[in-house]
Design a protein around this ligand. Structure first.
Ligand SMILES: NC(=O)c1ccc[n+]([C@@H]2O[C@H](COP(=O)([O-])OP(=O)(O)OC[C@H]3O[C@@H](n4cnc5c(N)ncnc54)[C@H](OP(=O)(O)O)[C@@H]3O)[C@@H](O)[C@H]2O)c1
Length: 252
């Protein structure tokens, strides 16, 4: 059905940045087919319906996928392989923050399962499908909070932000990006770490949406536009680096 189209798989697509990015990519080109990978089928169905009702020129479909569950990853990869035989763009977007201010073992495990082990295992499981693409791309949605450079700079505006488990997980995701960049060059796959900026989503709970607005957070549509620019090749010169919206480059 969509095998002649650009196959774009995005995780955590039912909400926030993943939801807005699914729409931005579908709206951008009739040649884009978006696989909205969601862990909760009902939420995924509702999100898919909402985006299809906007009638974008590209197409969208739902893919059941919990990035913290190896069986779920294996089933999703099998389905994509059978349906399309390749993936052109993988956007590792699904993410969580820890529930406790200080890192506990349980909290670290939850955060690392989703933010680090998930993208690592999913990308590895999709390797042959990325290799089957003429122009494969991997975008790891990280955070400026994962930058050791920012963490160490008392003048940076995130200096006093806590979330140690989350910061550690995004620093690990950044290292994964650097390793994937090194490894995947041999088959022409481009890789980036992308910070979507401080935006209004449910990442730290629905109750914090207003706090985010009051503290200068942007719409998550700006994050989606940033990801669209990468997919459209506008950030190709910065491949292998840590980038953000509005042409910004971040220190690792
Ligand atoms: N918002 C910001 O200011 C900000 C800043 C920097 C970086 N980021 C990053 O942006 C990404 C998207 O976050 P967001 O702000 O859009 O948050 P969000 O609104 O909470 O959305 C997170 C999405 O990830 C999904 N998800 C969580 N765990 C998953 C799992 N195990 N498997 C599959 N999907 C899973 C959620 O699904 P459910 O609905 O089922 O929970 C949801 O769809 C994250 O990686 C986050 O770290 C966000």
């Amino acid at each position: 059905m969509a095998s002649d189209k650009q196959i774009i798989l995005i995780t955590g697509a039912n909400n926030g940045i993943g939801f807005d990015t699914s729409y931005a990519l579908a709206a951008a080109s009739p040649n884009n087919h978006i696989l909205m990978a969601c862990r909760n089928h009902a939420k995924g169905e509702a999100a898919l319906k909402e985006l299809q009702a906007r009638k974008p020129q590209g197409t969208l479909d739902l893919l059941d996928l919990d990035v913290s569950d190896d069986d779920s990853i294996a089933a999703a990869v099998k389905k994509v392989e059978a349906d399309f035989g390749r993936v052109d763009v993988l956007i590792n977007n699904a993410g969580v923050v820890g529930k406790t201010p200080s890192p506990t073992r349980a909290d670290l495990r939850t955060v690392f399962e989703t933010n680090v082990f998930g993208p690592t295992v999913l990308t590895q499981s999709l390797l042959s499908l990325l290799q089957a693409s003429k122009s494969p791309k991997v975008i790891n949605v990280t955070s400026g909070l994962g930058s050791i450079g920012f963490r160490s700079d008392p003048s940076h505006d995130t200096y006093h932000v806590p979330y140690t488990s989350y910061r550690m997980s995004k620093a690990a995701l950044n290292m994964l990006t650097a390793c994937q960049y090194y490894e995947f060059q041999k088959f022409g796959c481009k890789v980036w770490a992308f910070c979507p900026g401080f935006v209004i989503t449910d990442l730290t709970g629905k109750e914090e949406r207003q706090w985010r607005k009051d503290n200068g957070a942007d719409s998550s549509e700006t994050s989606a536009q940033g990801i669209l620019e990468i997919v459209e090749g506008k950030r190709d010169a910065e491949v292998g680096t840590f980038i953000a919206r509005y042409g910004q480059q971040y220190p690792w």
